[in-house]
Ligand binder design. Structure first.
Ligand code: IPE
Ligand code: IPE
Ligand code: MG
Length: 224
């Protein structure tokens, strides 16, 4: 069996998913939250040990208050409603990012969820909320604790929604990550999409600067 993977996902495309259907953007965020559940449920059997999900970036505060308020309410509601299910399934929840700008009820839900799920060993879910990789790195550097303060190396980074950029997510941890960019919008992403991305990842030859293990492919013979 392979060692457990760290998969990170930039969950993008909620707004466009809703707009395409003539719905308010919030409808996309709501449906996106259901996709989160699907992916968390599917992850352990696909060999994922750590799943880091980009839910809200430090730059997302630039959005109208109506949207950021609704997103904060959605986080609190989902942390509350999913906590029991996480406990039953051995899912540990951790939240990364700044806490001081979050509403008090979201902070309370985070603390309770982190405490109650702390013994989960099947899967660790790291939810990035009010997160900026640059801020995280600068803070870790100021405390002289970069490897300890930041997360484990990312094996596979997936971004939905068609954009091909990192948007200030896990800059340090993605040093050797493999990337999968998909046009699928986040609310449409499910277990099969995660499985496909991981299959793509497993077919790649990660060299970390060394020479290829399979220089001309598995099926060809080297005839020198
Ligand atoms: C990702 O979807 C969710 C958040 C950033 C909170 P978006 O809301 O960015 O959706 P698009 O990119 O506008 O479609
Ligand atoms: C990145 O998506 C942040 C999250 C998915 C939470 P954005 O939609 O905010 O990124 P940009 O603005 O397109 O780079
Ligand atoms: Mg977006």
């Amino acid at each position: 069996m392979h060692t457990k993977l760290h998969v990170a996902i930039i969950m993008d495309g909620n707004g466009r998913w809703a707009t395409l259907r003539g719905l308010p953007r919030l409808a996309g965020h709501r449906t996106g939250a259901k996709a989160v559940r699907q992916v968390i449920e599917a992850a352990p059997e696909l060999g994922v040990g750590v799943l880091t999900l980009f839910a809200f970036s430090a730059a997302n505060w630039k959005r109208p208050a109506e949207e950021t308020d609704a997103l904060m309410a959605l986080f609190a509601a989902h942390l509350e409603s999913e906590r029991e299910e996480c406990l039953i399934n051995g899912v540990r929840i951790r939240v990364i990012g700044r806490r001081d700008r979050l509403p008090q009820n979201v902070r309370d839900s985070i603390v309770r969820t982190e405490q109650e799920t702390a013994a989960g060993r099947e899967l660790e879910v790291r939810l990035a909320v009010d997160y900026s990789a640059r801020e995280a790195i600068a803070q870790a550097a100021a405390n002289a604790s970069i490897p300890r303060a930041l997360g484990p190396d990312v094996d596979l980074l997936i971004r939905t929604g068609g954009e091909q950029r990192l948007s200030d997510f896990l800059l340090w941890e993605c040093a050797w990550a493999e990337f999968v960019f998909t046009k699928t919008l986040w609310p449409d992403f499910g277990a099969a999409d995660l499985a496909a991305a991981i299959a793509d990842f497993r077919a790649r030859d990660r060299r970390f600067g060394a020479i290829p293990q399979h220089p001309i492919g598995d099926t060809m013979q080297l005839t020198l």
